[in-house]
Ligand binder design. Structure first.
Ligand code: ASP
Length: 334
């Protein structure tokens, strides 16, 4: 009798396991059914912009910058360019646009300097490169790519990162190039209030036509940050992550909080170890995990089927995304 009961118990456990596995497979298959040829999502930072107070010209500058970046990225992906190259080129465009907090237009540290961080990751090979605290490289994302491709390391910092990149012919720039009237005013305001302000960042995630995921992030960090401070953006697993088996992620927000939760890698882990889909994983991070430690900001992500997901717990996140079927450029909540 006892043996019969054990047998029945074992049979019901194994049929429950099979059923459950089937549910997970069905769910993943339905995500897969809509697999996109390519997909791209871009952010220009999460922050406190308000629909009622933003000037038309400022909104137009953001929309134009995001649209230009989205158009370029979409054309490159449609032509079959490698995702990792698309991420780099689109971030260069955003770094060259002083409307965004990266490259030209980077916010200033407590000494009034642009001190920038960037990272890039290839989801096919899991190769990654990053630079932190660079002050004289025109496009920090290019230096991050060089660290990935041409060094045996993942991250270089400060002047040594510049000394490593310059022999490859990378463009350099003096502080005058980065510092704008806008960033000087923002620093004065932050100093007057003795605050460190969160100001944006740029990031790009793509799925290319060959099915490879890539992600990158570039930033000036936070206005009035202590000199030498490094945020989440150049940290692989915090601000940036990509794995062809799961998803690509780029973050923006209060970097210290994103580092503590290893946000970008945690999304990858949620897809690896649970049956959550990407948007559900992003929602858990944005609505539960980050708020539990007072973290504010936003996330953009794409899964291996080209499903686009994003979320933010601030009032705005500059963002643009496209697949062959649809495209959107947005600042506030839908
Ligand atoms: N995450 C960036 C940092 O902490 C700033 C931002 O995205 O607003 O450096």
């Amino acid at each position: 009798m006892k043996q019969l009961l054990i047998l029945i118990l074992l049979l019901s456990i194994s049929s429950w396991t099979v059923m459950n596995a089937q549910i997970i497979l069905d769910k993943r298959d339905s995500d897969k059914a809509e697999k996109k040829e390519w997909a791209i999502i871009i952010h220009g930072g999460a922050g406190g912009l308000q629909p009622e107070s933003i000037t038309e010209s400022r909104a137009a500058r953001y929309t134009e910058g995001l649209t230009r970046a989205l158009n370029t990225g979409s054309e490159l992906l449609a032509r079959g360019v490698r995702g990792i190259d698309v991420v780099e080129e689109v971030i260069v465009l955003l770094e060259n646009d002083s409307s965004f907090n990266a490259g030209r237009g980077a916010v200033l540290n407590s000494k009034g300097q642009a001190e920038m961080d960037a990272s890039i990751m290839d989801g096919e090979s899991l190769n990654a490169g990053a630079v932190a605290g660079v002050k004289g490289i025109k496009n920090p994302i290019r230096a991050a790519r060089l660290v990935m491709d041409s060094s045996e390391h993942v991250m270089l910092s400060g002047r040594p990162a510049e000394e490593f990149s310059i022999p490859f012919g990378i463009d350099t720039a003096g502080q005058d190039y980065f510092i704008t009237e806008k960033s000087k005013r923002a620093l004065l305001r932050a100093k007057a209030r003795e605050k460190v302000n969160k100001n944006g960042t740029v990031g790009v995630v793509v799925l290319d036509r060959a099915g490879h995921i890539a992600a990158g992030t570039s930033t000036g960090g936070m206005t009035n940050k202590r000199y030498g401070r490094i945020g989440d953006s150049p940290i692989i697993g915090a601000g940036t992550y990509a794995d062809d088996n799961t998803c690509g992620v780029s973050c923006t927000g209060h970097g210290e909080k994103f580092i503590r939760l290893a946000v970008a890698h945690d999304l990858h882990a949620m897809l690896t170890y649970t049956d959550l889909n990407l948007q559900e994983a992003v929602d858990i991070m944005i609505q539960n995990k980050l708020p539990s430690i007072g973290g504010t900001g936003g996330i953009i992500a794409i899964d291996k089927y080209g499903n686009i997901a994003y979320g933010f717990n601030t009032s705005s996140m500059l963002r643009a995304y496209a697949t062959p079927e649809k495209r959107e450029v947005e600042i506030f909540r839908d």
